[in-house]
Design a protein around this ligand. Structure first.
Ligand code: PEP
Ligand code: MG
Length: 585
């Protein structure tokens, strides 16, 4: 038995045999062909490309049905690449002139492209390298047969272990057979976790050596709550985790009963609990989990799932869909948080040296007013359909907020001139996720209609810890006193300025931080759908006074580790079923 540790990104326990996805790069030896064989070899190449496009078209349709338009657009990008002459001509050229096999022509051409992306550095072009490798696997399958390690080959229930996971791999999972997954790369807030949560399967990322140490078929347990990955468990461990899994199941079943009950503390203080979404299809999950609206719609996923900028109509359709599904409940649309490693770097002529501190988010939007206005037009048009609020991410200075609001007002005027219906009184809020905004929250409270605290970035920027870097993941802590002080100040400023404040960072959905957030004065939380029922259960089991005492005690501890373990213990006392059997037994 061997126990590894990673970062838990999607809760639940999975027990099954390991399906190890080998490194995506499959080496194809360079083999020469006779000149007379070139036409036949070209025909093989064309037919493999056609078959791959047909296959991708089918996968796109299936993904669209299961995960919606945005997720499916990843495959449009792949199809576009295979239809692109600048990629297929070098392949044909290699066969005709260099007289190599079709498979080598495909391998060498796509390898060269992947190398070009990789040369730009690990972070920014990483997903492009994965996309190209993914594509190479697909075409090669039609030329030399299936690689045994392809995900599509999973024919029975298995736990997938892989070095990394591309968005297209994650979207093409067969949910029936994939019990959970583990990756060696990644951080708390990458694509992998977001997809796993949307699919509702347990996942652990940043688990070093997972693919090296596991052999295919090895029994494996993953605990999406603690981050434990156990290879070849002994009988006692297996029995323990089976018990945990069963308790988890019963715990979740019991949580279903809470759905219609109010989310309020024992002393009858109402707590507003909403959901975070990336795709409109997730609205149904939020409502099924008892969420009362969408507190954060991460609209950059409209961009990330395709390789061209969405049109105003693409935006509008997505927002109108959410409004329709929400049936009058509130929808908070965050303008796109592009940049850092998302989208802009991949397309930039000059990738930034330090993208986390670069032209991301609202900064990127203000520098690209055409793109920004297209999105704002769609948001405003959707505001005429229901309870829509708009929110700007990564606001760092009051001028920045004013500038963004100014652009919004311009768009309102334009639409009115055009006779288009809008909610001219739409509430305009901001994420508080940069220390400058939290420190000067009072200044911002005079301008913004509401705050939403983004602890994911607030922790990153306060503690100088890259939130996606597994090497410093141990330092990433929402309960660090500096972060707590900033949250406290933001809540205080919102209350003084009489504006609503909520928290939509991952910590709002992590049980151990919920009492801390309530004790700091938050009365509104937004988290991913699967997290909502347990949060509600905890809220209904505590008083505000108890939460304030937790804050008080935590503030007297002098290390992050002590605070974390105290918060965990305090939560466990209230709601032991949620932790049952893990570190306690
Ligand atoms: C945050 O930073 O806490 C947040 C909710 O935004 P994102 O995770 O999309 O950066
Ligand atoms: Mg953020």
């Amino acid at each position: 038995m061997r126990e590894l540790r990673g970062i838990p990104v999607s809760p639940g326990v999975a027990i099954g045999s390991a399906f190890v996805v080998e490194d995506q790069k499959r080496r194809i030896p360079k083999r020469a062909i006779a000149p007379a064989d070139a036409p036949a070899e070209l025909a093989r190449l064309d037919s493999a490309l056609r078959a791959s496009i047909a296959e991708l078209t089918a996968v796109r349709a299936q993904t669209k049905a299961e995960l919606g338009d945005e997720a499916a657009k990843i495959f449009s990008f792949h199809i576009g690449m295979l239809a692109d002459k600048s990629l297929t001509l070098p392949m044909r050229h290699a066969v005709e002139n260099d007289l190599v096999t079709a498979e080598y022509a495909v391998f060498a051409t796509l390898q060269a492209l992947a190398d070009r992306f990789a040369a730009f550095g690990e972070g920014a072009f990483k997903t492009k390298v994965d996309d190209v490798n993914d594509l190479a696997q697909r075409v090669l399958k039609h030329l030399v047969g299936e690689s045994v390690s392809r995900l599509a080959n999973i024919k029975q229930p298995a736990v997938v272990l892989s070095r990394d996971l591309t968005p297209s791999q994650a979207a093409s999972f067969n949910r029936e057979h994939v019990l959970g997954f583990v990756t060696e790369a990644g951080g708390r807030t990458g694509h992998t976790g977001i997809f796993a949560r949307a699919l509702g399967i347990p996942a652990v990322v940043a688990c070093k050596q997972a693919t090296e140490l596991a052999t295919p078929g090895t029994p494996v347990i993953i605990d999406g709550e603690s981050g434990a990955v156990i290879l070849d468990p002994d009988l006692a461990t297996l029995a323990r985790y089976r018990k945990i899994r069963e308790r988890d199941r019963l715990f979740r079943l019991k949580l279903d009963d809470l759905r219609e009950l109010p989310c309020q503390t024992l002393d009858a203080v109402p707590i507003d609990l909403q959901g975070n979404i990336e795709f409109p299809e997730e609205v149904a999950q939020v409502l099924a989990a008892g969420g009362t609206g969408v507190g954060l719609y991460r609209t950059e996923y409209l961009y990330l799932a395709q390789d061209k900028e969405p049109t105003e109509e693409d935006h509008y359709q997505a927002y109108a869909r959410c409004v329709g599904l929400l049936g009058g409940r509130p929808l908070t649309i965050r303008t796109m948080d592009l940049g850092a490693d998302k989208y802009t770097q991949e397309r930039a002529d000059n990738p930034e040296r330090n993208p986390m501190l670069g032209c991301r988010s609202i900064r990127y939007c203000l520098q690209n007013p055409g793109l920004f206005k297209r999105q704002l037009r769609a948001i405003l048009r959707a505001s005429a359909l229901g309870a829509v609020r708009v929110m700007f991410p990564l606001v760092t200075t009051p001028e920045e907020f004013r500038r963004a609001r100014f652009v919004l007002n311009e768009v309102i005027e334009d639409l009115r001139d055009e006779g288009v219906a809008v909610d001219a009184n739409i509430k305009v809020g901001m994420m508080v996720e940069v220390p400058s905004a939290a420190i000067c929250a009072e200044m911002f409270a005079n301008q913004a209609d509401f705050f939403s605290i983004g602890t994911n970035d607030l922790v990153q920027y306060t503690l100088a810890v890259d939130r996606t870097n597994e090497q410093v993941a141990g330092m990433y802590n929402p309960a660090n006193p500096a972060v707590v002080a900033l949250v406290r100040n933001t809540v205080r400023a919102a209350s003084a300025g009489n504006i609503p404040v909520s928290c939509c960072g991952e910590s709002a959905g992590e049980l151990e931080y919920v009492m801390l957030l309530l004790g700091l004065g938050l009365r509104s939380l937004s988290a991913s759908a699967p997290a909502l029922p347990a949060v509600k259960r905890l809220v209904r089991s505590v008083t505000i006074e108890q939460c304030e005492q937790v804050v008080e005690k935590a503030s007297r501890l002098d290390s992050d580790a002590a605070v974390s373990s105290y918060l965990r213990d305090a939560t466990r006392k209230i709601i032991p079923e949620a932790f049952d059997g893990r570190s306690a037994e």
